[in-house]
Design a protein around this ligand. Structure first.
Ligand code: FAD
Length: 388
């Protein structure tokens, strides 16, 4: 549906219809703002490929305590966020409070996991150390060689494809226009962003523009270089398997592990899908699925859960995470007035969807970001580039 140019300016136009752009539009429209979304292929890139783990605790890393606080805030917001979305649309998002078990296969892996457990305990995060036998009691399909593991009861999952579909339905119900065409250029009037020109020539005038185009967010013509977010594509290959009735339930919670230094996870959906991921490759915008990528994922998953060879391989995908220089997202006002970015969510964009959506809606409505996202201003990189 096209907004006639004469119909008056929008409060905001959102470039990018992955989960970040769609959820921001949904929350902004819920606050009474007049918004539109622009994307030729909504929910078809990282937001479609992802595994949907909501895992702030198992993803906790040394030196990333501010990001951990944001990830935890997102996990806390999830139940009410999906509750509102499911109520608004009548659609199931596949949100599942199933917990996560991170396992070790040898003494080296066990030492790494025990270090992580000590770090989590220092930060007051809930994680319980289990012996190999206790792990297998919880998940009988685990390999006999599993030496121990960490049970993180609060790390959950959502079916990101259902989440994307529900967000599209919610926008449709709100009457938010979705332009299925590429944004070709940012329009700037005077010293501020004033809208976008689409690839079909349509101009959408708007009081503010939100750049939420994933790893393409640094490629929109017309954005001044100092306002471009420094995102880069990080390729991830990922598999979808199906558990035949005879083997159900195959796993009852997310299982992850490190085998000889490489990370693998298995995320079981309630409907019998099992997602196995993911590689992390710095290969620019390449999205080809390789035999090597699929082999590595199946080999590592098989080490953890040998019975995986009985399942059906139904999909192989590769997509691009929007990476940032410090692995944390960029959410906030850029140096160009009227231009907000919401990108760089890297490995945790599905988890960070609710807090990002709330933050963008708040920024659009009040001009001020909520406290929890202040450390993630995109200007942290602008000052670094300016030598500040
Ligand atoms: P995208 O989903 O990439 O969407 C960007 C959109 O912008 C696209 O739809 C594209 O068409 C559009 N676009 C680009 N240029 C333009 C333009 N000029 N005009 C209009 N539209 C444009 N996160 C988790 O939290 N948990 C996980 O378990 C998890 N697993 C992952 C596994 C893999 C293999 C991958 C690849 C990612 C995973 N992630 C996970 C990360 C998560 O998927 C991303 O962080 C998140 O989806 C980013 O969402 P996005 O909306 O910013 O980007």
């Amino acid at each position: 549906m096209a907004v006639p140019v004469g119909a008056g300016p929008l409060d905001a136009v959102i470039v990018g219809g992955g989960v970040i752009g769609l959820s921001a539009a949904w929350r902004a429209a819920a606050r009474g703002l007049r918004v539109a979304v622009v994307d030729p292929e909504p929910v078809s890139h990282a937001s479609r490929a992802a595994a949907g783990m909501l895992a702030p605790v198992t993803e906790a890393h040394y030196g990333e305590e501010e990001l951990l606080a944001l990830n935890l805030a997102a996990a806390r917001r999830y139940p009410s966020f999906v509750g509102e979305l499911e109520e608004a649309t009548g659609q199931d998002t596949g949100y599942r409070e199933c917990g996560t078990l991170a396992v070790a296969l040898d003494a080296d892996d066990r030492a790494v996991l025990q270090d992580l457990h000590a770090f989590q305990t220092r930060l007051g995060l809930a994680a319980e150390w289990l012996t190999g036998r206790e792990c297998r009691r919880l998940e009988p399909m685990l390999a006999p060689i599993v030496r121990g593991g960490l049970l993180v009861a609060g790390d959950h999952q959502i079916d990101n494809r259902r989440l994307g579909a529900a967000l599209l339905a919610a926008l449709d119900r709100q009457g938010v226009p979705l332009h299925r065409v590429r944004a070709a250029e940012l329009l700037v009037r005077g010293d501020r962003a004033s809208g976008v020109r689409l690839a079909d020539g349509t101009e959408l005038a708007a009081g503010q523009v939100v750049l939420a185009a994933g790893c393409w967010s640094n490629r929109l013509p017309g954005v001044p270089p100092e306002a471009l977010p420094p995102v880069r594509p990080v390729k991830g290959q990922i598999l979808r398997l199906r558990v035949p009735e005879a083997y159900a339930p195959f796993l009852s919670r997310t299982v992850r592990g490190v085998t000889k230094g490489s990370h693998v996870y298995l995320v079981p959906r309630a409907d019998g899908e099992l997602v196995v991921g993911a590689t992390a490759e710095e290969l620019g915008y390449d999205t080809q699925v390789t035999a090597g990528g699929v082999y590595e994922l199946l080999r590592d998953a098989h080490e953890l859960v040998p019975g995986i060879t009985e399942l059906l391989l139904v999909e192989t995908t590769a997509a691009l995470r929007p990476g940032s220089p410090d692995n944390a997202p960029m959410i906030g006002q850029t140096v160009l007035p009227g231009l907000i970015v919401a990108t760089g969510h890297h490995r945790n964009g599905i988890l960070l969807t609710p807090v990002t959506a709330d933050a963008v809606a708040e920024l659009l409505a009040t001009g001020e970001p909520p406290e929890v996202v202040r450390p993630f201003t995109p200007r942290r990189f602008t000052s670094a580039r300016a030598g500040g």
